[in-house]
Design a protein around this ligand. Structure first.
Ligand code: ZN
Length: 59
């Protein structure tokens, strides 16, 4: 149980860092996350794309 929780926390941390990196690459280091497609701000750090791009990317 502990190991599973640990891995989930690690994955969440990696997602958070990747989100932060996208924000910096989009030119907004003050954001926590940016869309990987259009570069707009994404509120959650769980998603790689904004709502609009999520719909177009997922076929
Ligand atoms: Zn987008």
């Amino acid at each position: 149980m502990f190991e599973t929780q640990y891995n989930e926390e690690m994955e969440a941390e990696v997602r958070r860092l990747e989100a932060k990196k996208r924000a910096e690459e989009a030119g907004h280091p003050e954001w926590d996350n940016a869309c990987a497609s259009c570069g707009c701000q994404v509120a959650s750090t769980d998603d790689k794309y904004c709502d609009a791009c999520c719909r177009t990317v997922q076929t």
